[in-house]
Every structure is written in C-alpha cells, then in structure tokens.
Design a protein. Structure first.
Lengths: 223, 307
C-alpha cells in the first residue's frame, strides 16, 4: 500500500489509506514498534493519525510510516489477536426496524449478528466505544433518523457497516438490537477498554439468565 | 495532610494537569489544561513537576480556604486576587508570583479584566485521585475527578524537594485585551484541498468573532463562510487541538483541550501549538484574526512528497 501522508499542524501526520484493512495493518505495525517521539496513534475508517513530539518530526514519522506500510502489505490481523465473547439479549428497541430494513426476520438478524466474526477497527465517539467491522453485509443499516438522547450502557447496536456496544449511557443514533451485561469500559481496569483496535468479537445469544459479565475477566483484557 | 477547601467555584472550575496522552486509540482524548503554558509556568514557579494538577478557573469567582500552610501561584488570565487571613485581614496578591496562603486563610478571585482562564497552582500539586493516569477533567468524555463544588476538599500533595528559585515571573500577558484582536498563526490543514481555492485566504482575510457557544471542547467562530470545493462525506478521522474544523455552516470551530478524538468534518487549517494556548484565553465576543504562518506563506505542501 502507498499511503498519502498529510501534514496536520506542527505535531501530527494524517495517513490516508485505501480502507479499513490497510488501517488495521498500519495501526498494528506502528503500535508493535512505535517510532520514537510518537505519543498517539489513532486509527479511523480510512486514516491513521500519528501525533508526535520532538525529537520526532514530520519527516522522521513519515519515513517510519512508509517503512511500516512496506512491511505490512496485507490487511491480515495477527493470529494472536485477542478474542472476546459477548452474550447479548436480543430485545433492542430497533430490532423490528432493522429486520424491516434488511428484509430479514428478527431471528435472521440475530443469526447473522451472532454468526459473524467481528473485529474492532477503531474507537471513537466515546471512551471505549469500538467500531466493529467484518459483519454480515446484509446487516448494513442507516443510523436512526433521530438520535436518542439516552441510550443505556450495554446497548448493542448497528449503523452503516458497523456494530458497537455503548460503553456508558450516552446519546446515540445507532439502531439498537439488544443489550449485554458485559462491561466494555472500566476506568479502573488496565486497559480500560475491552473493545480495543484489533480485538476480535463474537456475539452469542443469551437467554435471560446467562447474560454473564465474563468480558472484563477474560484474557482479552490482559492481552 | 494539607487540603484546599472549595467555598465557591464561579462559572466553571475544574482540576487539570497535562492530560492523558497515549489513549486516543481507545476513544480517550488528551484533555488537560486549556492553556498548557500557563499551567506549566505556575508549576515551575512553585518548583512542582510541570504537569502537577491545579485548578483551572473560568472567569473568576473562585473562593477556596487553606487547611494547612500552602504556597500558591496564579497564572493565565490576570484577575484581582485577595487573600483573607484567619483574623480577617485582607491582602491583594500578585499574578505570576509565589504567594503564601496561611492555614485558615481564604483566596478569592475576581473576574479577569482580560483573558478567560486563570490557573491556581499549589506547591505539592492537587492530589485528587487519578483517572486513567491523569487528574484532568475531560468535559466532553465525562472523565476525571469529581468537579470541585462548594464543600469539596482537595488534598494537596507533599511539597517537592526543590524550592522555588524566583518569586515572580515577569512575563507579559501574550493574549490581547478585551478589545484587541487576537492574532493566531495557522498552517494549512490536512483537508485544505476540500475547500474552494480562495478559502484559506478568506480564513485569513477578515477577523472572526468568538461566539458564546465556546467551551473547553472548542471555540465556535462567527465570520466569513468557508466554501467547500467538493461535496460528500468525510469518514471520521483523528483530530488535534488547534484544528479548524468546518461544519456545513461554513463557519469554523477551533478545537481546544477536550476536542473529540475523531471528527467527520474537514479540517481546513491548524493553529500553531503555541497559539492554541492563547486561543484558550479568548473570551466570547473577542475578535480573532488568523494569519498564515511563515511556513504556510512559503507554500509548503500539505502532502509530503516521496522520500
């Protein structure tokens, strides 16, 4: 991949890439061997932002990025990427709307959501809010026409090609399909976010009783 | 342990240090003091580590009482400041100077004549519990220690081993007064190419006004519309402090300390680091003029060429 490198003020470089697979590959390569002086590496849908401080400069960071891109040609995740399982009760307020939009039945929506192997591409919107990709293309739905003032913590949702879990109660415009008891954000944990870039995610359908809170104690958080 | 008791906070007082870098990939922004230079100066005056936590006071109105003998320094927006000791005697204290706040004495800050944010640092630093490695309050993400309110007791850390070397920092106020124009140098942003060729010139041609819709997240500006050359949605991408993001209204928002980690509108230009501190002192109604930085005038390309 040949990235476009854009200056972003005095202390940052924006790397524009072809898509999520390249973003994940570059993010993985850069975090594995962070160039000197780099303070933050921020993946997004088509870009990676690299913030730095002296002695790093636009030129040193640019050459480190070019090297990383040359090394990691593919967009393949490392085999040891941590994986978490998130049990979900699929009773979200928008489940019927999602079914209507996709032409699936509600149980087909659930089947598609649980069958996919999701990966956290990047975080944004709120601390610990991971954008999950790799789902069933049939689950691509628009955001709600009006966003909600309050979406409860643990809401499992869809928007565009992404799925996500609301880490805390917040406003939100995604389509809610279910809820989980799994804690995805805990400021006392290290790392505080369960759904970090590169983490693989599987959703399972939980019955009322086994909506376990296994997530925080699993290996993924330590990984 | 020495403590600072909050009696009154004014419009907004938060605890700030230099923030939490290195967590943007988790959706956690850096936050920290809006005027980082002012916080650093206050800490240097007190021989604290530069990133010790202090109070960021917006438009004065703070009243605090010392429990234990404290040494303090005020930096940022200059404001009237009075210390009333336990026996009721008043003393006016200086700006950017090392001052004593005896046990039982109260400190009161009036509204600054110019500027927006005054920093009250204490020798030893405010020792409130850290959240994710920082004592800063991120107002956008809702992260950080509890916001000080009347009755809050803020623990003060042990004084550092080193002692203040000077009792005054004779530095001029670098942001202009209430009526003056604040001049901020900009570099072309990563999405300057999304705008009409004349947009960067338009940004620097006429002054903008700081609207009341401004806070630690950013300064919403009113002034000339910046026209886009291309339509379409920009995928959300990383943001930095000083970024001038242009929403569909065409009027830029200047991002400050609590800016969102990612944003979906194009960034036309970026204010230079040292001028972001000065921007954080701009008051609603103040006029801001953007000036191309020398690097920008030399027409240095946004896109880095091949190696």
């Amino acid at each position: 991949m040949t990235p476009d490198l854009l200056r972003y003020g005095e202390g940052a470089l924006l790397v524009e890439l072809g898509g999520l697979a390249e973003v994940i590959a570059l993010y993985d390569a850069l975090t594995g061997d962070p160039p000197r002086g780099v303070t933050d590496i921020v993946p997004a849908a088509r870009t990676v932002l690299v913030r730095f401080e002296p002695p790093a400069s636009h030129d040193t960071v640019a050459s480190a990025v070019r090297c990383a891109c040359a090394v990691r040609q593919g967009g393949v995740l490392p085999a040891d990427a941590p994986e978490v399982t998130i049990p979900v009760v699929y009773d979200g307020a928008d489940l019927a709307a999602v079914a209507a939009h996709t032409g699936l039945t509600e149980s087909e929506v659930v089947a598609a959501h649980t069958a996919a192997s999701w990966t956290v591409a990047f975080c944004g919107f709120a601390p610990g809010f991971g954008y999950l990709v790799g789902g069933d293309p049939r689950l691509t739905v628009p955001r709600r026409a009006e966003s909600r003032v309050r979406v409860p913590a643990g809401s499992v949702a869809l928007a565009d090609e992404f799925s996500g879990v609301y880490p805390r109660e917040s406003p939100g415009g995604w389509q809610l399909i279910g809820r989980t008891e799994t804690v995805v954000w805990d400021t006392h944990a290290d790392p505080p976010a369960l759904l970090r870039p590169g983490v693989r995610v599987r959703f399972t359908e939980a019955t009322g009783d086994e909506r376990g809170d296994a997530g925080m104690s699993e290996g993924a958080r330590r990984g | 342990m020495a403590e600072l008791e909050v009696l009154d906070t004014g419009p907004l007082t938060t605890v700030q240090d230099l923030g939490r870098p290195g967590r943007a990939h988790l959706g956690v922004g850096r936050s920290g003091a809006a005027d980082r230079g002012a916080l650093r100066l206050a800490n240097r005056l007190l021989a604290n580590p530069e990133g010790a936590a202090a109070l960021e006071v917006t438009l004065g109105g703070l009243r605090v009482r010392a429990h234990g003998r404290l040494v303090i320094a005020l930096t940022g927006a200059p404001c009237p400041a009075t210390v009333t000791d336990a026996s009721g005697r008043n003393r006016i204290i200086g700006h950017q100077s090392v001052e004593r706040l005896p046990d039982g004495a109260t400190l009161w800050l009036g509204v600054p004549g110019q500027g927006l944010r005054t920093y009250v640092a204490v020798r030893g630093g405010l020792d409130v519990p850290e959240v994710l490695g920082s004592r800063s309050t991120d107002t956008l993400a809702g992260l950080g220690p509890e916001r000080p309110s009347p009755g809050s007791l803020l623990p003060v850390g042990p004084p550092p081993r080193t002692h203040p070397l000077v009792d005054l920092a004779p530095l001029p106020w670098s942001a202009p007064g209430r009526l003056g124009e604040l001049v901020l140098e900009v570099l072309p942003g990563p999405r300057a190419g999304w705008f009409h060729p004349g947009a960067l010139r338009a940004l620097c041609a006429e002054p903008y006004a700081v609207t009341a819709d401004s806070d630690r997240v950013g300064i919403r500006l009113s002034g000339p519309r910046l026209e886009r050359a291309r339509d379409g949605e920009l995928s959300s991408e990383g943001m930095v402090p000083g970024a001038l993001q242009v929403p569909p209204s065409g009027r830029p928002t200047l991002f400050l300390a609590d800016h969102p980690v990612t944003g979906g509108y194009p960034v036309i230009a970026v204010v230079r680091d040292r001028d972001v501190d000065r921007a954080a002192q701009a008051r609603p109604g103040q006029r801001v003029r953007f000036r191309p930085s020398p690097a920008m005038r030399a027409a240095s390309a946004v896109r880095l060429g091949p190696p």
